[in-house]
Design a protein around this ligand. Structure first.
Ligand code: ADP
Ligand code: MG
Length: 611
């Protein structure tokens, strides 16, 4: 079976997503691999598919029991033998699983890092062919990450004990340079194939509001989104209790999660949410790690979190299946004060020496500031986040509250003409900054040295702020009106399209943030109901079918005691409602339906289309 057949046969998908193939091919050639891809982008398949194709066993290291359980259930549902070994098993279950593993029944075994160096596990691992060790959530090895786990440091000790070094692959959604270098160094990856795909989640609508009455705004939102699953994040346990109680009193189906509840209650509430028994989860940031639920349709922050890393990780739990989802931050000045207090009194820092502690606090304050700016910016919210993570793109996404309400189309032909003219007249010898400084009329030593103050365009756009010039320049690059050499000098060059602008044959129009004071955005509250592109385009008839399919799924899920999205994802059901398969063959063309699931559920679901 090749990788495409495996993708179709087991998982029911026709195409790989960005980055998946490169990683899979690398691994199959025996190379180490590092995949840095955002949450929901499909990292698991990158090790699961090679695991099925390689001889021997793949060990997957994962930090949380819930994550392992979810992935193993998903694999079993796809007809793949997989098991997990962690502290949730009784001694008996553990021995049994190990015995099956010895017999070679499982191509994929999930292991908690704490287990690796135990005698029993080593005894098994040293006498079996381990073809790959896949480290999921690999940022846990790094002290720079938010979820450092000392037990992850044992992974390398374990690998070094093995008679033959397996392929090592590592996967994470954390993209900062420090974490990435730590993963490579600590796991000692050897010339790994590295794939780092974009951070953008274009299916997520991003919004910020500063409502006078947060609860009223929230209530209005959930009323407008009946039957949708969502998470509401609050900063404190007290608020979680309060909001959850109010929602329930108002007739919504909400449950709660925070570190002050007993283990048993936390587990129960989490399950109620995952199994769709409660549609709304109100929680502190303690909730979410290890939640693979793919049909969370909104993530509302009742308070602003302490930094953008947390924010983006939390909104990352929205619509992991790629369908439209909405992420809204309800800001108030008090949130900054509360966070400031958290930062200054962070108990995790108590053991640090005073100097390090000061540095850590400084760093956290800086991050809080950037988060606060996010709540106030007039710029595209998506662009703001992507820039924070070191990615550059268009400054307009069309799917955030700012782009919808704060942007206007601006004719930038005159600015473009000056920028291009400046590049041409200085004979294409300089980089972006020199060009912008020239037209802006900067009086710096560099400009004088290059004698750009004598350039005909010098100071011709003195009135346009430099950040705007940079945006236009970026727009010109993205639309091939100019280009930059791909070397360390990054010289701006003309393209075939440049001339059209210089000769007035073409106009350039782009979206730009409106000039205005960053005032609170009360009036956006209307926008909550239907942001751009948020509704799937189903006909009335399809919608009825979709509802029937969902009910059937719920029934099956209850019988099998698995979460509904493990049976089929929302996306799969939507696709099914549109395609309306009449036979098993047609059913197999639905995205997310593989051979095993067709055998298992095909006939039941086909009944719905026999009308
Ligand atoms: P990650 O670990 O990167 O957060 P997952 O591996 O949990 O993401 O995958 C998220 C979702 O995307 C899952 O529902 C998975 O089945 C789906 N998925 C993965 N690869 C593909 C693909 N090639 N085509 C369609 N859906 C995919
Ligand atoms: Mg994952």
């Amino acid at each position: 079976m090749d990788k495409f057949q495996a993708l179709k046969h087991y998982f029911g998908y026709d195409r790989f997503r960005e980055g998946q193939e490169t990683l899979i091919d690398g691994i199959l050639k025996g190379k180490d691999a590092l995949g840095i891809m955002p949450t929901g982008s499909g990292k698991s398949l990158c090790f699961q598919i090679p695991a099925l194709m390689m001889e021997g066993i793949t060990l997957v290291i994962s930090p949380l029991i819930s994550l392992m359980k979810d992935q193993v259930t998903t694999l079993n549902q796809a007809g793949i033998h997989a098991a997990y070994l962690n502290s949730s098993l009784t001694a008996n279950q553990y021995y049994k699983a190990l015995a099956y593993a010895r017999e070679g029944r499982y191509p994929i075994i999930y292991v908690a890092p704490e287990r690796l160096m135990t005698e029993q596990f080593l005894d098994f691992a040293l006498h079996t062919k381990i073809s790959m060790v896949a480290v999921d959530e690999a940022h846990c090895v790094s002290q720079w990450g938010q979820d450092f786990r000392p037990s992850y440091l044992k992974i390398l000790d374990f690998i070094e004990k093995l008679p033959e070094r397996p392929v090592i692959s590592a996967f994470t959604a954390t993209a900062t340079k420090e974490v990435r270098e730590d993963v490579i160094d600590i796991l000692m990856l050897r010339e790994p194939v590295i794939v780092s795909t974009g951070y953008d989640r274009p299916n997520l609508y991003l919004g910020v509001q500063t409502p006078k009455d947060k609860y009223a705004t929230l209530k209005n939102y959930v009323e407008c989104h009946p039957n949708q699953c969502g998470i509401i994040y609050c900063l404190t346990r007290k608020l979680v209790e309060e909001v959850c109680d109010k929602l329930n009193a108002d007739g919504f189906s909400a449950t709660r999660y925070h570190a002050g509840l007993s283990d048993a209650e936390r587990r129960k509430n989490q399950d109620d949410f995952i199994f769709d028994r409660n549609t709304i989860m109100v929680a502190t940031n303690a909730f979410g790690m290890g939640i693979d639920k793919s049909n969370v349709r909104f993530v509302i922050h009742y308070n602003m979190p302490k930094n953008l890393e947390s924010y983006y990780q939390e909104v990352g739990r929205c619509s992991r299946d790629g369908e439209p989802g909405e992420c809204i931050l309800l800001y108030s000045g008090q949130d900054v004060v509360t966070n400031q207090m958290f930062v200054d009194n962070n108990q995790d820092n108590q053991e640090l020496d005073p100097l390090t502690r000061r540095i850590v606090i400084e760093r956290d304050r800086e991050r809080l500031k950037k988060m606060t700016f996010y709540s106030f910016t007039n710029e595209c919210l998506r662009d703001y986040i992507l820039r924070y993570f070191g990615e550059y793109g268009e400054n307009y996404c069309g799917n955030c509250s700012n782009c919808i309400s704060q942007f206007e189309s601006v004719d930038v032909t005159a600015i473009s003409k000056a920028l291009i003219g400046c590049v041409e007249s200085s004979r294409q010898r300089y980089g972006t900054t020199v060009i912008i400084d020239t037209v802006h009329g900067a009086n710096t030593a560099k400009i004088r040295n290059y004698r750009m103050n004598e350039n005909p365009y010098y100071s011709s756009l003195a009135k346009v702020p430099s950040y705007k010039l940079r945006q236009v320049m970026n727009h010109l690059f993205l639309n091939d009106f100019l280009e930059v050499t791909n070397d360390e000098y990054a010289i701006v060059k003309l393209t075939e399209k440049s001339k059209a602008i210089l000769e007035d044959q073409e106009t350039v129009v782009m979206k730009m943030a409106k000039e205005q004071e960053p005032v609170p955005k009360e009036k956006n509250s209307k926008k909550m109901k239907k942001p751009n592109g948020a509704a799937a385009e189903l006909t009335k008839e399809d919608e009825i079918i979709f509802e029937k399919l969902r009910n059937l799924r719920l029934k099956i899920a209850k019988e099998e005691k698995v979460p509904p999205y493990i049976v089929f994802s929302d996306k799969t059901l939507l696709h099914m409602a549109v395609i309306k398969p009449k036979t098993k063959e047609e059913m197999l063309t639905v995205s997310g339906v593989g051979e095993f699931k067709v055998e298992k559920y095909g006939n039941t679901f086909l009944e719905i289309f026999k009308l």
